[in-house]
Design a protein around this ligand. Sequence first.
Ligand SMILES: Cc1ncc(COP(=O)(O)O)c(C=O)c1O
Length: 437
Amino acid sequence: MRDYRAPAGPNLISRVASFYDWQNLRREHDLWPYARSTSTAPQARCEAKSDTGASFSGINFASQDYLSLSSHPAIKQTAIDAINQYGVHSAGSAALLGNTANSLLLEQGLSSFLGDREIVLYPTGWAAGYGSVQGFVRANDHVVMDILAHSCLQEGAKAATQNIHYHGHLNLDALTRKLERIRNNDKENGILVVTESLFSMHSDTPDLGAMRALCDRYNATLLVDCAHDLGSIGDDGLGHMGLQNMVDAADIIIGSFSKTFASNGGFIAVRDKATAEYLKYYSATHTFSNALSPVQAATVLTALNIVRSEEGRVLRRKLMDNILYLRAEMTKAGLETLGDPSPIVPVRLGLEGVGRFASRHLMALGGIANLVEYPAVPQGGARFRFQVMASHTKEDIDQVVAVLAKAMHDADIEYRLGHEGNPSTGRSPSSPSAEVA
Ligand SMILES: Cc1ncc(COP(=O)(O)O)c(C=O)c1O
């Protein structure tokens, strides 16, 4: 994919055509596992279609619905009631007349969940991430971010400034060095430090207390993206911020509703009203995009109420049981899981070629998981990303591990046959060149 990111030539349209040729070559060999669509609800077992229309079905570990709330009866009823009351559309930016009573109630609910912060809602999590950086950072400011920060944060930074400083993943020494260098040279402008409470490709977490201390030392602002763990991790659902007792650590929290809260949408949570009001008019993705629809706002609020209830606690325990069981069974089967226990379970595949074969075999054997390959992860660090839901059963997990082990075994053999003379088993470690100091 990286090869087509910056095509050359004066004609913007014709120069992108070679990507389609390459994509089609992969399609011809049944090696394009992207842009698939479900034909049933994204539950533990589901039916789906490839992007060429071929049907398949299986045990689904490729949907982000961690507490399985998207098919929860109370949530479906909430959506139906909201449609009956408001219709289906927000009909305007939140800066104009796009808010509804539902979005105001959602702001209040999130505020109380996050320790009385001020909330600004966004139409997607991506828009919130982008707006959280672009809304605050100006051309002379600096953004210091983990090399694996999500695309929305990176794109927000690129839109705001050229002073972007990446540090190696979770590397606090490297972060310290960057901050020191920046502050030695520039005492006038702002520094935004950007991280995630759960990294979505590696399933790991920074030390938020240490990052807070560094931000204090160098007069920097801390932004934490909690898209994947808010609602799904921790007894109270406050994710790693809660587990580390660091809900107060971040100056800016951004989150998404699409992983646990059964809807598209996102939010930014800040400490005071003045900051929130500024964002409402200066972060482009809030001001110049239609607001969350009343159906989405009502859905997320009901999901939030479940997340905060005893039912939510039980679902999170069930989810964590599933995560631990899946990881243990994969290890028993000789597979390598990466990162820490979370709803994201990355499984190392190694070389991209092996990963593509494994993905094809997995789908044919009735397992559904997302293949992640370079440049989304380092070269040679291809992986499956299994996404676990509370509604998965032990039987689902046993079956998927069995088909995954077979798919990976067959992929290794197929890859080696195609590369005779190459002694590699294909499961190489990630390329060290992907690390950034
Ligand atoms: C860390 C992170 N931030 C933000 C987003 C964007 O959220 P959404 O997909 O809900 O727009 C995602 C999801 O892709 C994510 O993984």
